[in-house]
Each structure stands twice: as structure tokens, then as C-alpha cells.
Design a protein around this ligand. Sequence first.
Ligand code: UD1
Ligand code: UDP
Length: 352
Amino acid sequence: MVKILSVVGARPQFIKAAPVSRALRQAGIDEVLIHTGQHYDANMSDIFFDELGIPQPWANLNVGSGSHAEQTAHMLLKLEPLMVQHAPDAVLVYGDTNSTLAGALVAAKLGFKLAHVEAGLRSFNRTMPEEHNRVLTDHSADLLFCPTQNAVNLLAREGITRGVYMVGDTMFDAVLQFGDLARQRSTILQDLGLEAKNYLLATVHRPYNTDVPDNLSAIVCALADSGQTVVFPVHPRTRQRLPALNAPNLRLIEPLGYLDMLLLEQQARCILTDSGGVQKEAYFFGVPCLTLRPETEWIETLEGGWNVLVGADYARILTQLQAEAPQGVPPAVFGDGHAAQRIASILLEVLA
Ligand code: UD1
Ligand code: UDP
């Protein structure tokens, strides 16, 4: 039986991993799931395991928060003996967080095959911690599962062509698998007293925005001055830094579960975010998105004006909120909703 050791640790990784974990089980692959504990609040971690039916991790390393070196070093120390103990046929890592890099480094140094889901993404902005995690992980990986053709092309430019597979985006799989359930189960619109298509949805958590007071203040002031109801589920990183503001239209709430988030995204008039995953979900649902960053890895979403880069620029945010929304539906460029099954089949074929 093929044995995979998967490493997850942060909110977007639970969502990326859910369809893959299910597909591995269906393919008869034995999965040992390790949670690094990078995210640990119940609404940043447990809720996703419950809602998405992800099996309980074999171990939680409880590394918690810290500086990059501290957090990554704790992960390295705790992952190594577990990988030695389980001796998997391959180690699977997701996305671009410190948990991704730690899983990749330990696997590569121990000589285990390394598979990277969401390979080939680049912002070309080396001030982002994630950019280092992406580049280092891709250059250590044996199997690179790309969500888009653009990701395949970017890897080729760096000389990586072996073991590269265009499989589609597992976050698109997740939206297709859980979108209906969200519509059936979530009561978030009633709970918050919202009318469909009559509010904005905002998320902010990038250091570029949270750790630069002028940027956070420009974003929050633009939201406050938008004249529209803004629902803003606040990431714990951002909570500590938000300026005090008297703006009754700004609804600051705790981070949401996935089903509530999906419903709020589908029904929003426009989404404002610096999140990678939320930009894509806006695109999947055909909801206009303003990205609160100077650049994006997900350049496909910019086509047709579905996503517009506004940075942390007060005036641009307010101007773009007045712009006309694109018409029709965005082209399907993130696969066919079966990325996870493709990943499981390739792992079986290569490792069996
Ligand atoms: C991390 C990832 C980022 C990803 C994001 C998803 C890295 C370098 N960054 O950023 O790529 O987009 O997750 O959400 O891996 N905190 C809590 N409770 C928690 C988790 C965090 O209070 O459950 C607070 C702590 O004060 C912590 C801060 O949030 O210091 C930042 O957490 P951390 O995991 O280091 O980075 P994120 O900003 O969440
Ligand atoms: N998300 C959620 N609740 C929230 C905010 C985000 O469930 O309050 C989901 C969102 O739908 C997407 C993922 O978390 O699937 C994105 O994660 P995040 O923004 O934390 O990280 P990024 O994608 O930027 O790495």
C-alpha cells in the first residue's frame, strides 16, 4: 500500500487538503496527516476539520506562533523523527506557508520524495515570506502539482520540467464539493442581517498591510468611507493591529468557518482582500474582487477585470468600488474540479 505523509498547519492548507485527503482514501492510499499547529485557534483550525470532514491528524506538533526562524525551526525538529518513524513513500505539502517549507526541507534532507500541491506560483516579490517558501519548496520537489498552465510555464522558466503535472486547483475542487452545502447549511446572512448583493466582504492579513500602519489605516478608512455595509472577518494577526475607528457600516467579526465564508463570498457585491485563496474564490463565484496588494500570483483572475489590483491605496479602492462590474462568467482556468483525484492517481502511478 502506498503511504503518504501530509503536512498541513495553516487555515488555507486545511481547505486545500480536504479534497486531496478524500481522494487519497478513495484511491486506497494510506495517509498520515500531520498538523504543525501553526494555526491553533478553534476558528482558525478545528472548525475546518469538522466542516470539511478531514480526518483527525495523526499528530499535532503544537508549534504555535513565533518569529519565522523560531516557528520553522520548531517544525523541523518535530517533523524529522515523525518522518523517520513513518518512512512514507512521499511527503505531501501544500501552498506556501512556513509549514510548507518545513515539511519540504525535512523530506528533502531525509531523502523522501517530495510532492508539492500548488506548485509554480510566483509573485516575484521577495519581500513576501511566502515567495521564499514557494521557490525553495518547488526547487526541492520531485512531484509538482500545478493549479494552472501559467504555473507550469513559470516552473519551466526556472528550469523545472520533470515531475510537473497540470492538475487544476484543489481549492476549486473544494468550492464545488462544499458550495451547495454552504447554501443549505449556512445562516450567516440572516445572522448578520444582510441582504444578498448588498454588502462588501473584506479580509486582510498580509504583513504588507497589517505591519505597515499607513497601509492598514488607508484600507480601513476606505472601507469605512465606502458608504456600504462591509463584513470584515478579522484574522488574528490583524485584530492586534486594527486602528480604533467609529464606523457603524464596518462589521468586524471573528474569523468564520468555511461554509459561512463561502456563502458570504457568493452573495457579496464585491470582495476586497489580500488573501490568495479568497481572490480565487471570488473568481470561481464570478464576484468582482479588489486585491489589496500591488501584485498577485493569481494573474489569471485579472483577465476580464474580475480582479483589480488596488494595493493599500485609499483613493484607488474608493474609485474602483464605483467602477462597473464585469459581465458574464469568468473563464474556467483552474481545472475541472477533479484536481485531487488527478493528484491521487499520479501518486499511485509514480509510487506504487
Ligand atoms: C500564515 C502564512 C500565510 C498565510 C496565512 C493564512 C506564513 C509565513 N504565513 O500567515 O502565508 O496566508 O497564514 O491565514 O506561513 N494567530 C493567532 N491564532 C492562530 C494563528 C495565529 O492568534 O490560530 C496570531 C498570532 O499572533 C501570530 C499571528 O497571528 O503571531 C500570525 O500567525 P502566523 O501563522 O505566523 O502567520 P499568518 O499571518 O497567519
Ligand atoms: N476563510 C475562512 N474564513 C475566514 C477567512 C477565510 O474560511 O474568516 C477561508 C477562505 O474561504 C479561503 C481560505 O480561508 O478558502 C483562505 O485562507 P487565508 O486567507 O487565511 O490564506 P491565504 O489564502 O491568503 O494563504
